[in-house]
Design a protein around this ligand. Structure first.
Ligand code: UD1
Length: 335
C-alpha cells in the first residue's frame, strides 16, 4: 500500500509535500507531478519517493475556449493513465496540494475510489481545489474553522524562534521569493526616518533588484542589511521586531509562528487576490495589519511602529497552532 502525493507547479505548492513527507519515512511514497513547472527540479532525484511520475498537463484557467478544451482533454487522458499507476502501487490515499499538476491524480483518485486528501495553502481557494473541494474526503486549510488541521506546515525553527516584541529596534522588509518593487520603494523612503530613530533595517529585496536597492541605500548614506534571497530567513525574522511583507502563505505563517507583528502588503496580481485574503484572515483576528499596494501611506506605516506590538505578538503566540506537517502526515497514514 502506498501514499500518492501530487501537485505542484510552483514552490508554494511543492514545499507542502516536502514538509509532510518528512513524517512519512516508513511509508511507500509515490509522487505524481507535471513535466511543466518546477516539479521535476524538486523531486525527480528525490530518493524518499519509491517512484516519481511526471505527466503532461497544463493549466485550464487563463485560456480561450479551445485551449480549455485541450487542457481538459489532456487532464482526462492523464487521469486514465494515473488510474493504472494507483492500481499498480495499491494506493491507499492520494494527497493533493493543488496547482495544475495535481489535476490528473486527483481526478484518478475519485475515478478509482481512492480517498482524496487536499491541502489548500491560501485563504482564497485555487481553481482546482475549488472544483474538487466537494469531492475531497479530507480538506485541509489553515483558514477554515472546520479543517481537521489548522496548523500550516512550516519548519519548527520558526516556532523555536518566537519571542514577544515590545518596541521596534529592528525592522525587516520582505519582498517574497521574487522580491517586491513596491516594498523596496517603501523601505527606501522610510529609511532616513528609521535611521533617525536608531532602528536597524533588514531588507530582502529580491535577486532582480538587489544591486539597485543596495546603491540607493549607499546614496542615502544608510547602512542596512540588504540581500536578494537568503537561506537564513528564520534567523532574520527572529532578530526583527516588526515586518513589512508580502502575504504569500508560507511567509505569513512563518512570521506568525515567530510571533513577529507584521504589516502585509499583498501581491496585487496573485490569483483570486489570495494574498489579500491571507492577510485579511489575520487582520480580522486582530493579529496583523494590511495595506493595499496602491494605498501605501508612509506616515501610516511609521505610526504602526508605535502601536501595541506586545498585544499582536502575544496574540500570535497564543493562537498559531504547531506541527502542521506531522498532523497532516497523521491523517494520511490513518485514513
Ligand atoms: C507571488 C505568488 O503568487 N506567490 C504565491 C506562492 O508563494 P511564494 O512561494 O512566492 O511565497 P511564500 O510566501 O508562500 O513562500 C516564500 C518562501 O520563500 C522563503 N524565502 C523567502 C525569501 C528569502 O530570502 N528566503 C526564503 O527562504 C520564505 O521563508 C518562504 O518559505 O505560493 C504561495 C502558496 O500557494 C502563495 O500564498 C503565494 O501568494
Amino acid at each position: 500500500m502506498s501514499i500518492v502525493m501530487t501537485g505542484g507547479g510552483t514552490g508554494g505548492h511543492l514545499v507542502i509535500i516536502k514538509a509532510v513527507k518528512e513524517y512519512l519515512k516508513d511509508e511507500e511514497l509515490i509522487y505524481i507531478g507535471s513535466t511543466k513547472g518546477q516539479d521535476q527540479a524538486w523531486f525527480a532525484e528525490d530518493s524518499d519517493f519509491a517512484k516519481t511520475y511526471f505527466l503532461e498537463s497544463r493549466g485550464v484557467v487563463n485560456q480561450g475556449l479551445l485551449g480549455k478544451i485541450g487542457s481538459l482533454w489532456k487532464i482526462f487522458t492523464s487521469a486514465l493513465k494515473v488510474r493504472k499507476i494507483l492500481k499498480a502501487h495499491q494506493a491507499k490515499v492520494v494527497f493533493s496540494v493543488g496547482g495544475f499538476s495535481a489535476a490528473p491524480a486527483a481526478l484518478a483518485a475519485k475515478l478509482s475510489g481512492v480517498p482524496l486528501v487536499i491541502h489548500e495553502q491560501n485563504a482564497a481557494l485555487g481553481s482546482l481545489n475549488k472544483l474538487l473541494k466537494p469531492y475531497a474526503d479530507v480538506f485541509i486549510s489553515s483558514y477554515l474553522e472546520e479543517s481537521p488541521v489548522k496548523a500550516y506546515p512550516i519548519k519548527q525553527e520558526f516556532f523555536d524562534n518566537a519571542r514577544i516584541r515590545k518596541t521596534v529596534e529592528t525592522i525587516i522588509f520582505l519582498g517574497g521569493s521574487q522580491g517586491a518593487k513596491a516594498i523596496n520603494e517603501l523601505a527606501l523612503s522610510l529609511a532616513p526616518t528609521l535611521k533617525e530613530r536608531g532602528i536597524k533595517i533588514i531588507h530582502q529585496a529580491g535577486e532582480r533588484n538587489i544591486d539597485e536597492v543596495k546603491a540607493q541605500y549607499e546614496k542615502l548614506g544608510i547602512e542596512a542589511e540588504v540581500f536578494g534571497f537568503t537561506k537564513e530567513l528564520a534567523n532574520y525574522m527572529k532578530e526583527a521586531d516588526f515586518a513589512v511583507a508580502r502575504s504569500g502563505a508560507s511567509t505569513l505563517w512563518e512570521l506568525s509562528a515567530t510571533a513577529l507583528p507584521a504589516l502585509f502588503i499583498p501581491y496585487p496580481n496573485a490569483a483570486s487576490d489570495h494574498q489579500y485574503y491571507n492577510a485579511k484572515f489575520l487582520v480580522e483576528k486582530n493579529l496583523a495589519w494590511l495595506m493595499r499596494e496602491n494605498e501605501i501611506d508612509k506616515d501610516k506605516v511609521l505610526s504602526l511602529l508605535d502601536e501595541d506590538l506586545e498585544a499582536k505578538s502575544r496574540g500570535l503566540m497564543e493562537s498559531v497552532e504547531k506541527e502542521g506537517s506531522k498532523k497532516i502526515a497523521g491523517i494520511l497514514t490513518q485514513i
